[in-house]
Design a protein around this ligand. Structure first.
Ligand code: KIV
Ligand code: NA
Length: 279
């Protein structure tokens, strides 16, 4: 597999292909994504929930994001890695936004950054792009605004809201975003926004099949979520959580009944005569 870049990703879309993206937060899982040949990894601030156990993405810091992004990029060479900008790392002012995005690139070694929001974050997007930082936008259900939304709900259901999302997508493209994540929007709206864009491609999550690509959170797609919660938009491609739990049970049972470790799993005995001397 060749190295993915902003150009190869765009080319894939222009030739009718779909771009695939999955979240990763650590070296082990990123190495598997790299071997599987998925186009893109998102080091999402969803790590606040999936890896750190917070009940939202709000508490995630720049240091958390740099740390996890660096763990992921140690495993990747061809996969295009996008680092997520955490809550309040880019909203306040353009200069802070650019320097925080720069940290993710320099210290986290990702190839692009993602930030949530539409028209209101376009000055930040423009400044990042001018600084040579490829930017992915993110509109629709933007989890950092969960408190403002009053919960995790489908977005863009009214004419007004749908028009606002389409305008946000165009503004982000105009500001220089090379891709835009559409989260939890009706399928026909996802397709419409995708058609409206020319230079930027769309990556959907709960946005139907009409987007240029798809992204899923790894714990969702591998069924590794505690309690087994499955949002409507998720497909579980494997029951990894069950497989892991079974392995832990089997390990415990094998240790208890003495079948682990077997002779083949133990190092060769020292000479019995020498062992006598030890005693
Ligand atoms: O943080 C994340 O995982 C995301 C995806 C859901 C798009 O932003
Ligand atoms: Na995110």
């Amino acid at each position: 597999m060749a190295k993915n870049t902003v150009l190869t990703l765009k080319k894939k879309v222009d030739e009718g292909g779909k771009v695939t993206m999955v979240t990763s937060y650590d070296y082990t899982m990123a190495a598997l994504v790299e071997e599987a040949g998925i186009d893109m990894i998102l080091v999402g601030d969803s790590l606040g929930m999936t890896m750190m156990g917070y009940d939202s993405t709000i508490p995630v810091t720049m240091n958390d994001m740099v740390h996890h992004t660096r763990c992921v990029t140690r495993a990747t060479s061809n996969t295009f890695v996008v680092g997520d900008m955490p809550f309040l790392s880019y909203e306040e002012d353009v200069a802070t936004a650019v320097s925080n995005a720069g940290r993710l690139m320099k210290e986290g070694r990702c190839q692009a950054v993602k930030l949530e929001g539409g028209v209101e974050v376009c000055p930040q997007v423009k400044a990042m792009v001018e600084a040579g930082i490829p930017v992915v936008g993110h509109i629709g259900l933007t989890p950092q605004s969960v408190n403002a939304f009053g919960g995790f709900k489908v977005q863009g259901k009214s004419v007004e809201a749908a028009k606002k999302l389409a305008a946000d997508a165009l503004a982000l493209e105009q500001a220089g975003a090379f891709a835009i994540v559409l989260e939890c929007v009706p399928a026909n709206l996802g397709a419409y926004i995708t058609e409206q864009l020319t230079s930027a491609f769309t990556i959907g999550i709960g946005a139907g099949a009409g987007t240029d690509g798809q992204v899923l959170v790894v714990q969702d797609m591998l069924a590794m979520t505690a309690g087994g919660f499955k949002p409507k938009m998720v497909r579980q491609f494997a029951q990894v959580g069950e497989a892991i739990k079974q392995a832990y049970h089997d390990y415990d049972a094998a240790v208890q009944d003495g079948s682990f470790p077997a002779a083949t799993e133990s190092y060769k005995d020292i000479d019995p005569e020498l062992m006598e001397e030890v005693k």
